[in-house]
Every structure is written in C-alpha cells, then in structure tokens.
Design a protein around this ligand. Structure first.
Ligand code: SAH
Ligand code: SF4
Length: 346
C-alpha cells in the first residue's frame, strides 16, 4: 500500500517493512530510517512521531504531515475462570473485533486474532458465520490486535483463528504476517504463527507462494455430502480438491498441516468417519486437532458423548496419526472457537 492519491496521511501500520522503506525513500530518507521507525512503532509501542527522539525534529514534523500511527485500546477485557482473556476493540467505523489470549499449560500464551469483521463462509456450526461478513480488517487492524495485547501480556504464539476467513482477506493478512515476522517488527518466527482456513483452494496455493506460515485446515467432515452441509465452501472446493491442495502446500521438514475436526454428535463422529479420515490423510504430513463441538443457542448441533470422542481419537492414534483433543477455552465468556461476536446475536 502506498500514499493515497488524495494525500490522506498514511497509517504506517498498514505498511510492510518494504512499503515503509519506499514511503521513506519518497521523502528522501535513507534505508536505516525504516529500521529506526519500525523499532519505535512495534518494539516500543510509540504512536506519536514527537516521541521518536533519535529522529531530527524537521523529519518528525515532515512525518507528522504525511503519516499517522494507529493503535487499539481494549474497550473491554473479559477474563474466564480458566484464565482466557477476551479483548474487544472498537474500530474507527463503530464496528468491533475480538481477540482472545489463551494461556497454555506450558505457561506460554497463544493469541487468537481476527482477520475480518464477521465471515462470509456461513458454516452451519459457527456463530461467527451466522453473523455474515461486514468487512475485511486492514493490515493495521490485524497488527494492532497484537500490539494492544502485548502491552498487557506476553505472546508466544499467534493463531489466525478468530473471526473471519484469513484467505478471504489474503493481501492484508500477508502484509500483517510480514510485520509480525520482521526482525525490526515483532520478530516472530513463521513457526510461531498458524493460519486456519476453511479451505479456499486457490488462495491456499497463493499463500504458499507468498509467505511461510503454519497451515491449519478446518476439515470437519469426511464425505462431501456432510461437508457440503456443514461448510458451503465445500461445494466449490470439494474434499478431493482440498486434499490435493494440502498435498501441494509447501512444508518445511518436520512441519505438518493441522486438520481441525469438530466432533458433532451423530454427524461426523462415527468409527466409519474415523476410518475415512485416516484414508483422506494418507500421504499428507498431518496432525489432527479434535474439537468437541461447543454447543450454542444458534445451532441444534450437539457435542458427542465422552466415549464416542475417545473412540474416535483412539482410532486415529492406533493408526499413528497424531490426534490431539482440544478443550474449549473461555467457554464462560464466549471466547471459544466459533463463539466470537456471539453476544450481539443472542
Ligand atoms: N475461518 C477460518 C478461521 C477461523 S477458525 C476457519 O474456519 O478455519 C474458527 C475455528 O473454530 C474453526 O476451526 C472452526 O471449525 C471452529 N469452530 C467454529 N464453530 C465452532 C463450534 N461451535 N465448536 C467448536 N469449534 C468451532
Ligand atoms: Fe467463517 Fe471459519 Fe466460522 Fe466457517 S468456521 S463461518 S470459515 S469463521
């Protein structure tokens, strides 16, 4: 993104390191200025050019004319009994976005960020999907979730699993990842960041070409008939097409694709499903996250009983498939998977 034609000030948080360098070279500034400014913005959390004390006063004033640095302050922070923290940020147009910090047993914190206000994909089990798509988040709005939460808690891992379909907002998501990865930005290694998609096949290939990131795919079914019902995107990119895209996705050695599989009672939780799942994953470096469905009033679907969940997991484990059971975190504050934005709906 570059300076807009109507000479509106540019929000520097919308610029990747390369774009920032171009912007500054347009002002006649040297390369190392990018490093200085990136550090002020991302490592020291500064939002006023006046505070960038190692820049000449005239340069700071010139920046003030042409640029801004946006920031988020949480409007509310809800804390779950399990320690999960849900932040609500108000956007400049009055819309809002939610971000969830999940403390892991290891003592590390995972931050779950949103990429859109709402989501267009209309998965039948997901409350965010019911809400529909309002708009994409800008690069700055994606990055600002991380900036704001870092002032409150340390963040070890980042997952793009909040509201929205990240690959439906690919350009801004890739820009945001570049800022997260930049040594002068947040310096997160690509191994620390996971992007989850409902399976937009052409965009998966595009993502793989453009940037490194851990990929998670919300699979949730083992037949097209069931997946069509749960996730309408499957009608466009059915299972075989999706699995082929996964096979083609570039992986580093020892890296795997995560397949998220919500277990729903009587829908996708049978032993026959487990058997088909093993077949589908054949030849893919995969691990499976089993997520017992989080029941909510927007859906009739139910979570399976304990025995069925265990039997499903055991079937996979017995066939050397890494299958981890995920527990719903932050359920009491509607911070769990698929529950973001729920309160406004109910
Ligand atoms: N749109 C992307 C990223 C959002 S991730 C995607 O779908 O992958 C949201 C995750 O929450 C998805 O893995 C989805 O399968 C899961 N989810 C949605 N509703 C849920 C529910 N009611 N119970 C459990 N998981 C749910
Ligand atoms: Fe969108 Fe993901 Fe929810 Fe489907 S599961 S509606 S893609 S957020």
């Amino acid at each position: 993104m570059s300076e807009s034609s109507d000479n509106q000030p540019v929000d520097l948080k919308n610029l990747t390191p390369d774009a920032l360098m171009q912007f500054l070279s347009g002002m006649g500034k040297e390369k190392f200025r990018t490093v200085q400014i990136m550090r002020w913005i991302y490592q020291r959390g500064v939002t006023a050019f006046a505070d960038m004390t190692d820049l000449a006063k005239s340069f700071r004033e010139a920046l003030n004319q042409r640029a801004t640095i946006s920031s988020f302050t949480p409007e509310t922070v809800e804390v779950s009994s399990d320690g999960t923290r849900k932040y609500l940020f108000r956007l400049h147009d009055g819309r809002s976005v939610e971000t969830v910090l999940i403390p892991m047993e290891s003592g590390r914190n995972t931050l779950c960020i949103s990429t859109q206000v709402g989501c267009a994909m209309q998965c039948s089990f997901c409350l965010t999907g019911k809400y529909g798509l309002e708009r994409d988040l800008t690069t700055a709005e994606i990055v600002n979730q991380v900036c704001a939460v870092r002032k409150d808690r340390s963040i070890d891992n980042i997952v793009l699993m909040g509201m929205g379909e990240p690959l439906h907002n690919l350009d801004n998501v890739v820009n945001a990842l570049q800022i997260l990865y930049a040594a002068t930005g947040f310096d997160y290694g690509p191994r620390k960041v996971t992007l989850s998609t409902s399976g937009l096949v052409p965009e998966m290939a595009e993502l793989g070409r453009r940037i490194k990131v851990n990929l998670a795919v919300s699979l949730n079914a083992t037949t097209d008939a069931v997946r069509d019902e749960l996730m309408p995107i499957n009608k466009r990119y059915p299972l075989q097409t999706l699995m082929e895209a996964c096979r083609q996705f570039p992986l580093a050695s020892r890296q795997r694709i995560t397949f998220e599989y919500i277990l729903i009672r009587g829908v996708n939780d049978s032993q026959a499903d487990a058997k088909r799942l093993v077949k589908l994953l054949h030849g893919i470096k995969a691990k499976v996250n089993l997520i017992p469905f989080n029941e909510h009033s927007g859906s009739e679907l139910q979570t399976p009983d304990e025995q069925t969940i265990r039997a499903f997991q055991t079937y996979l484990l017995d066939r050397q498939i890494v299958a981890i059971r995920r527990v719903g975190k932050g359920l009491d504050i509607s911070a769990a998977c698929g529950q973001l934005k729920a309160k406004q709906l109910l």
